[in-house]
Ligand binder design. Structure first.
Ligand code: ADP
Ligand code: MG
Length: 242
């Protein structure tokens, strides 16, 4: 199954990526997962991204679609408060890049602000003033700030398992609150794709957790998750969501 305009996680070696010209960004839609320069990070950062179960699901779904997935499974335990699991069949994250996945302002989607300008001039849109102008324009990815997974780490316990194209076996890693690897990378038998798990959302924020545990709030969030899944299914008709 093919999605309308699949974004390909590009499992290139560093040397290949460096050799590639910046102009090819539009064609590949992705690059090496690395830290943005601090000045770029500051200009595009937006603070806290994960404020609810539904916002976590939305970010994870966007990452799955950015990785070219055409099948995504979303599992919630106790309305997502105990566990949110989003599993996709996208291009995956290479084992050596996995430890960077939840580090703040690490992204494979842009290398610096120039990448954004280049992309925008390539589609003849030159007058953007801020990241919000850019975001309102049809970019080739849903996100490029490298904040979602790091924000998930602030909110709970994050584990990412992934197997990239061409790898014989997958890899699994857990992250601490700062988005740093909290244990050695372990091998994980799995198909190509990525599984992101966020356990114990708000466990470090007792007041927010209490609010989220209210029955009405839990149901409201579940409705939002359903709506988000529906919305992605509508804009990506070939996407299968279980
Ligand atoms: N489901 C996924 N499949 C492949 N790569 C992923 C997935 N989720 C996250 N990543 C990788 O982790 C990086 C960080 O993700 P995130 O924090 O959402 O930042 P952003 O999407 O803005 O780059 C992404 O740039 C991507 O390289
Ligand atoms: Mg993202």
């Amino acid at each position: 199954m093919q999605i309308a305009k699949p974004l390909i996680w590009c499992p290139l070696s560093k040397a290949t990526a460096t050799a590639m010209s910046h102009d090819s960004m539009e064609a590949t839609g992705a690059g090496i997962l690395c830290a943005l320069p601090p000045s770029t990070a500051l200009r595009i950062s937006s603070g806290q991204v994960i404020t609810s179960v539904s916002s976590a699901v939305k970010e994870m779904l966007e990452n799955a679609l950015d990785a070219g997935a055409d099948a995504v499974e979303v599992r919630l335990e106790e309305f997502g408060l105990d566990k949110i699991v989003v599993q996709d069949n996208g291009g995956g994250i290479r084992r050596e890049e996995l430890p960077l996945a939840a580090a703040r302002h690490c992204t494979s989607k842009i290398k610096d602000l120039e990448d954004l300008s280049r992309y925008l001039s390539s589609v003849e849109y030159r007058s953007f003033q801020s990241v919000y102008d850019i975001a309102s324009f049809r970019l080739s990815s849903y996100g490029f700030r490298g904040e979602a997974l790091s924000s998930c780490c602030e909110m709970g316990q994050v584990e990412v398992a992934s197997r990239a194209e061409g790898e014989d076996v997958g890899a699994r890693v857990s992250f601490d609150q700062q988005g740093k690897v909290s244990c050695p990378v372990r091998s994980a038998p799995m198909n190509r794709g990525t599984t992101v798990t966020l356990a114990g959302i708000f466990s470090r924020l007792p007041v927010r957790r209490k609010v989220a545990e209210r029955t009405a709030k839990k149901k409201e969030e579940l409705k939002k998750v359903e709506r988000i899944c529906m919305a992605f299914a509508i804009i990506r008709p070939k996407l299968r969501q279980d």
